[in-house]
Design a binder for this molecule. Structure first.
Ligand code: 5RP
Length: 257
């Protein structure tokens, strides 16, 4: 049942482990040339062999990713405001037709629960899901955080559950204390966003905690590509996510230059 959508999902969340290492490199869609992604092609090319799925915009796929690469792509299809504007003022910026043309395995957009345009972003998610399901395209909902919102289990549970209720096939959210409560309340897989760059050991510990508490992997950006050893870091994250490595074992992998 649902071969297309499940086959696409299997290109993101690997059936062998039930987990995924997604590399988020979509930051430029509202931040411009973020540190580490000024030359996206140069940064991402060596990371691709260690990545299950890229989270990326259509413009960067077209210009910076070798089409012969066998990495899967989850297309960021929302946008609108820049960091200078009201971030929750997003709309859908990329059509399903384009996602299919680019052979995307999924499409992703943000919802802004608790922010000025929460209702519009949630309604946009509903519309995207309705259209995407017609083509067997899984939708990833990203729970973007309004500037004033606390990243706690109560708030993230609310946002993740809403995303699942509206029809997202998987959800991306931040780690928080009692993360397992967020997972418990959300019947679709959750992937953890990394957030701002933190020391490598802390990022590895956060990843291990998230996996232990039920995350289906990561969709991590800055804590990989802003590391002083991005390839070592993604390999270390992979070891935790897919092989159950300890934080110390993973740190060892990261430390090898
Ligand atoms: C922004 C996003 C980004 O993809 C995500 O936040 C990037 O990952 P990281 O926080 O790990 O750099 O969805 O809304």
């Amino acid at each position: 049942m649902g071969f297309g959508i499940n086959n696409r999902l299997s290109r993101i969340i690997k059936p062998k482990t039930g987990k995924t290492v997604m590399l988020a490199v979509d930051h430029g869609y509202f931040q411009g040339p973020t540190t580490g992604l000024r030359d996206l092609k140069k940064t991402v090319t060596p990371l691709i062999p260690h990545t299950d799925c890229l989270f990326i915009t259509r413009g960067m796929v077209r210009n910076c990713i070798d089409p012969r690469s066998d990495v899967s792509v989850c297309l960021r299809v929302s946008g609108g405001p820049s960091i200078l504007g009201e971030l929750s003022n997003e709309d859908i910026t990329t059509s399903l037709e384009e996602a299919i043309r680019l052979n995307a395995a999924g499409v992703g957009m943000s919802i802004f629960v608790g922010a000025p345009n929460e209702d519009r972003t949630i309604a946009n998610l509903g519309r995207l899901v309705s259209e995407a399901e017609r083509y067997g395209m899984p939708v990833l909902a990203v729970t973007a955080i309004g500037r004033e919102m606390a990243r706690d289990a109560r708030y993230l549970s609310l946002a993740c559950r809403i995303a699942a209720e509206i029809g997202a096939r998987f959800v991306k959210t931040y780690y928080c204390e009692d993360f397992y409560k967020v997972v418990e309340g959300c019947p679709v897989p959750i992937v953890m966003a990394g957030g701002k760059k933190i020391p490598e050991m802390d990022a590895l510990q956060m990843t291990a905690n998230a996996i232990k508490e039920g995350a289906s992997g990561v969709d991590m950006g800055r804590n990989i590509f802003q590391s002083d050893n991005p390839v070592g870091m993604i390999k270390a994250i992979r070891a935790i996510v897919h092989k159950g490595a300890t934080v110390d074992e993973a740190f060892e992998i990261y430390s090898k230059k």
